[in-house]
Design a binder for this molecule. Sequence first.
Ligand code: AMP
Ligand code: ZN
Ligand code: ZN
Length: 458
Amino acid sequence: MHIKAFLILLATCYQSAISLNAGNGTQKDLSPLLLVSFDGFRADYLKNYSFPNLQKFFSDGVHIEHLTNVFITKTFPNHYSLATGLYAESHGILASRMYDPSTKKVFSIQNDSDPFWWNEATPIWVSVEEQGYKSAAAMWPGTDLMIQNHTPTYFLKYDYKVSFRERLGNITKWLTEDESVKFATLYWEEPDHTGHTFGPENTTEMRKALKEVDENIGLLMQQLNETGLWGRINVIITSDHGMVQCSQDRLIKLDQCINRSSYTVVDLTPVGAIIPLSEPSALYKNLSKCHPHMKAYLKNDIPDKLHYRNNERIQPIILVADEGWTIVQQGNLPRLGDHGYDNSLRSMHPFLAAHGPAFRKGYRMESINSVDLYPLMCHILGISEKPNNGSYSHIRCALVSEKCTDLAVVVGIVIGVFIVLTTITFLFRLMKNRELSPSRPFARLELQEDDDDDPLLE
Ligand code: AMP
Ligand code: ZN
Ligand code: ZN
């Protein structure tokens, strides 16, 4: 009896040792994943400007032409959606400026470090840490503060003065010096900054800024190569939103429609967040007929497709400017280029490119939703997904491990088979006709003969 128990114990230990080894082996072999964002990189910059390095990057990987991002199409909401797979109403980072009515707290991108704002969701770097790996970050929004009691193991405090080279240097150092770092993320402010300052239609300035962005991508590839990471690391390069030209003659002036003493403004353009100071219906009525290029919504009537209603931090009245229009109270145009508009607008969409052992080579996709990236990253890292609004099935074909048949190839094969079969049938009939033609009179004669002496049928 004792011997039996001992044998069972021995077998159990052996089994656990095997699974532990397998686990360690998997963890060690797992390729790291690097997620890079170039802020405000509109998808069609790729069609209108030259990007030799980026082109090289995805010619050997994946290019997704445009991402339908989340409303509102601003930096913080969209970076948090990429990291959580959630719409803004579900992750809680709803705008660059927010007000929470129950705690009376105020959020801005200069005052963003209270975990209260971020804890409604779990970003991927927190899941990576919770599941036993390490993460590293160079200034991706949210990575330099406590979320769910975690920061990445390695991170840089946000400082726009730190160069791209320095951010990248830190990332490659962490990835090479500590093999447990399985997820890293890197953020850069361009071409968003130039887009705001000069407007995306200033091709001279945009060309300069985009050339620098491409040089930074070249630097990224070079440093990954020099550190031996290139080829074994999975790299995703993407962005948060696009950019559109604004102008002084496309201003919507609230002072011409409503009295400043009747409301508080939390955020203004191109999506206004308004708190009425008395009964909202009169204010709403004035706002809804204020300007033909601005829509006003009472919170409960915000369209479903925006996924922007179910959160305390969404104010009682929301204003949405049409593409290229700017909402001000009074005065001049604040920026020549802007974003934040309806996420169904093409001008608001960024792109995505990916390279590495997990990805197909030379694979192109038209579009995905930006929230689909989260389940893809979890899949690559082998970590479990938190509930999210993305769908792995939309993007899985970007991976080499997935068996996917290209629809164009299937259609091509079907058409090809059809043509071959039709040709064979045609040739077969032609040959048969040729064989039959000299003997036709005889055939008819034979038939006639048969007809003549057909007594058996009678
Ligand atoms: P926006 O264009 O208003 O959506 O915001 C983009 C700006 O946010 C960038 O130009 C950066 O200066 C700023 N920004 C980006 N990340 C951070 C961060 N982690 N903390 C503070 N500001 C940031
Ligand atoms: Zn941005
Ligand atoms: Zn911006």
